[in-house]
Design a protein around this ligand. Structure first.
Ligand SMILES: [Fe+2]
Ligand SMILES: [Fe+2]
Length: 308
């Protein structure tokens, strides 16, 4: 805890009436409708019998179990950030469309966690928590739950950085994962998750498109700063991709497991394959955010040649 206490939304008095359910952002209401129509059940939407774990070595299965367990832990993070944002939408009476959409978004993140969990189970067993010494560093948090409740941080900074930067990068990596994953069950899980994530990203851009013109210069700067922090301090610190993280025993273990999983075609990717995807993604995000009124700075990383 720093010296300055955060002004938290949870300390404010709650007033939710009169209840406003009108359509304010039609694009987001439409995403909500699509989401309700496109629900899927991890138990039945995937032909689990096509997994054939017997075709893999014990080492490959162990690596893939870790990989899919880690994916489940990551999805779990999304399940818990969603309600924090939901509280903010309700309590500050943001456009009702946001509340509708996020009710479904939370369910979708839970479904993603379940699908990853089931796959880890079928590969030999879901791993309940990071190994204390080896994987501790790998389950970082990006601080979104805290940011969502911080009254001095505009909501747009959270949506801009969490959705239009972090989820957008994750989305591009999903596309890449689907291209390199040969096992039909692992690929199907990735495809189903991506089908939802496309809406999660669209939500962020639709919301920001509506809001950017109404922001003060100071608020817009907060958005830009939050996006930079997300890319530079969270993503480029290995939040999603271990190889981007600092060189520690935990990182080395994780990247080794990723490589085995990738080579087996059971999911995951590796530094040399993901690097161009990541760089392209950041450049695309920078270009798209220019419509918001700023140009993101150039980034650099010891493992990536040249600024990007
Ligand atoms: Fe997800
Ligand atoms: Fe998501």
């Amino acid at each position: 805890m720093g010296a300055v206490e955060m002004r938290s939304l949870l300390d404010e008095r709650e007033s939710r009436f009169p209840l406003d359910l009108a359509v304010r952002i039609p694009k987001i209401r439409e995403l909500y409708r699509t989401a309700t129509a496109r629900q899927w059940d991890p138990l039945t939407a995937i032909a689990w019998d096509d997994l054939h774990p017997e075709n893999y070595t014990a080492e490959q299965l162990q690596a893939a179990r870790l990989y899919w367990s880690r994916r489940a832990w990551g999805e779990y993070g999304a399940i818990s950030e969603s309600p924090a944002l939901q509280i903010r939408f309700c309590q500050q009476r943001h456009e009702p469309d946001l509340r509708f959409f996020f009710a479904i978004r939370t369910q979708e993140e839970a479904r993603h966690a379940e699908a990853c969990y089931l796959l880890a189970e079928k590969l030999g067993g879901y791993i309940h928590e990071p190994m204390k010494t080896e994987f501790q560093g790998s389950v970082a948090t990006h601080g979104v739950r805290r940011m969502a409740l911080d009254l001095d941080m505009p909501l747009e900074a959270t949506i801009g950085s969490l959705v239009c930067a972090a989820e957008e990068i994750a989305f591009d990596v999903f596309g890449h994962l689907i291209r390199v994953t040969r096992n039909p069950v692992a690929r199907r899980v990735l495809q189903l998750i991506m089908r939802d994530e496309v809406r999660h990203c669209a939500f962020g851009w639709a919301y920001m498109e509506k809001r950017v013109t109404e922001l003060t210069p100071k608020q817009l700067k907060d958005v830009e700063d939050a996006v930079v922090v997300m890319i530079e301090k969270i993503e480029m610190n290995g939040y999603h991709s271990a190889w981007l993280g600092p060189d520690t025993p935990a990182t080395r273990n994780e990247t080794a497991a990723d490589r085995l999983t990738y080579e087996a075609g059971l999911g995951a990717t590796v530094e040399e394959a993901e690097k161009p995807v990541f760089v392209k993604s950041v450049k695309r995000i920078r270009k798209r955010m220019q419509a918001w009124g700023f140009t993101l700075k150039q980034f650099s990383h010891p493992k990536i040649e040249g600024a990007f």
